[in-house]
Design a protein around this ligand. Structure first.
Ligand code: SF4
Length: 375
């Protein structure tokens, strides 16, 4: 019998591009959205029979909530018709407060969605404008109420910190507002200004400035303390949840379990093979295969990925899981690296795991680079 998998479905549309965004998403008209959903349903129909039972679904983007109700229903029907969802425990969809309606929430429920990830980013209207978001703080609050009223009892709020012009107090206010809404889950990412975005140009011309490292870290730790006080426990570098409400789907990525990605540019990891779909819409809409890149992981790829993904977790890299994935003992492969970073106070080792210390979390990239093997 095939292993259970996570299913990721990519919706590459947004009403308007945010100023910091370099994700694969763009505006589209109704005709474009319909043609895409049809192609996506076709892809799922073709790939479903080869896939194992699906125990988590994540519809992400872009902004899946830009889809009209009929397209949400069409998509949901194709998911159910193509995959075995009998063991599905978590069915998530991403939504933007500027596009959510009661009707869409009803459609979410009808297709089986039981978790909604809401892209709030900030409860400060001035900062939302700076980011180029299409919604206000009030719309975000109303969206949470609408979701609760619509029967969604598992809500994630996406938040961002280290924003241009954001003070520590602004960030604390956003977190306090977020926690007052009692979400089951919070994701919190520091803004990274990527080349090719309007923010990058703003940075180059001096219109905005990056947050200094010290403030960035203060925001991060202050945020964690507020979440902890409200009963949201950190379980990954940028994620915290109420007990038992960790994202099962994302945990698949961090523990290297199998997942299938459908849609434009979507990535898959199945039985040790990484692959990805075309990022060209024209090509994606053509009938036939969508996969343009296939890479069977080497043993070294798997070793390094097990470290990079596992160290993101608060529990760290499980020695048993590492052995299952690579066939080698973690302590044997990386004894020198583990000792070196441990002596710097960045890593701790238990009989079952290695994990980042608090200081190590702040310097996660440095720690991870220690495990890259130069060939
Ligand atoms: S809503 Fe998300 S995916 Fe869409 S443009 Fe903004 S940041 Fe990018």
């Amino acid at each position: 019998m095939k292993n259970s998998i996570g299913l990721y479905i990519h919706i590459p549309f947004c009403l308007r591009k945010c100023r910091y965004c370099d994700f694969l998403s763009s505006p589209a008209d109704r005709e474009g959205r319909k043609a895409y959903v049809d192609a996506l349903c076709e892809e799922m129909k073709n790939r479903g029979p080869e896939a194992g039972p699906v125990d988590t679904v994540f519809i992400g983007g872009g902004t899946p909530s830009v889809l009209e109700e009929d397209l949400i229903l069409e998509l949901g029907k194709a998911v159910r018709g193509s995959f075995d969802l009998s063991s599905c425990q978590e069915y998530s969809i991403e939504a933007n407060p500027g596009t959510l309606t009661e009707e869409k929430i009803r459609a979410f429920r009808e297709i089986g969605v039981n978790r909604v990830s809401l892209g709030v980013q900030s409860f400060n209207d001035r900062l939302l404008r700076t980011l180029g978001r299409i919604h206000s703080a009030e719309e975000a609050r109303r969206s949470v109420q609408m979701l609760r009223k619509g029967g969604i009892d598992n809500i994630n709020l996406d938040l961002m910190f280290a924003l241009p012009g954001q003070s520590l107090e602004d960030w604390e206010e956003t977190l306090e507002e977020a926690l007052a809404l009692e979400p089951e889950h919070l994701s919190f990412y520091a803004l990274i200004i990527e080349e090719g975005t309007p923010f990058y140009e703003d940075l180059r011309s001096g219109r905005i400035r990056v947050t200094d490292d010290e403030t960035d870290r203060e925001m991060y730790h202050r945020g964690l303390a507020l979440m902890e006080k409200a009963g949201c426990r950190q379980y990954e570098i940028s994620n915290a949840s109420k007990p038992g409400r960790e994202s099962r789907h994302n945990l698949k990525y961090w523990t290297m379990q199998d997942y299938l990605g459908c849609g434009l540019g979507a990535h898959s990891y199945l039985e040790g093979i990484r692959s990805s779909n075309t990022e060209e819409m024209k090509e994606y809409l053509r009938p036939g295969g969508k996969t343009v890149w296939v890479h069977p992981n080497s043993e070294k790829d798997t070793r390094e990925e097990a470290i990079f993904t596992g160290l993101r977790l608060v529990e760290g890299v499980s020695k048993v899981r590492f052995f299952d994935k690579t066939g080698r003992r973690l302590e044997e492969v990386y004894r020198a690296e583990i000792d070196r970073v441990r002596e710097q106070g960045l890593l701790e080792e238990t009989p079952t795991h290695i994990r980042l210390t608090k200081k190590g979390m702040d310097l996660a990239n440095t720690v991870m680079s220690e495990f890259i093997e130069v060939e």
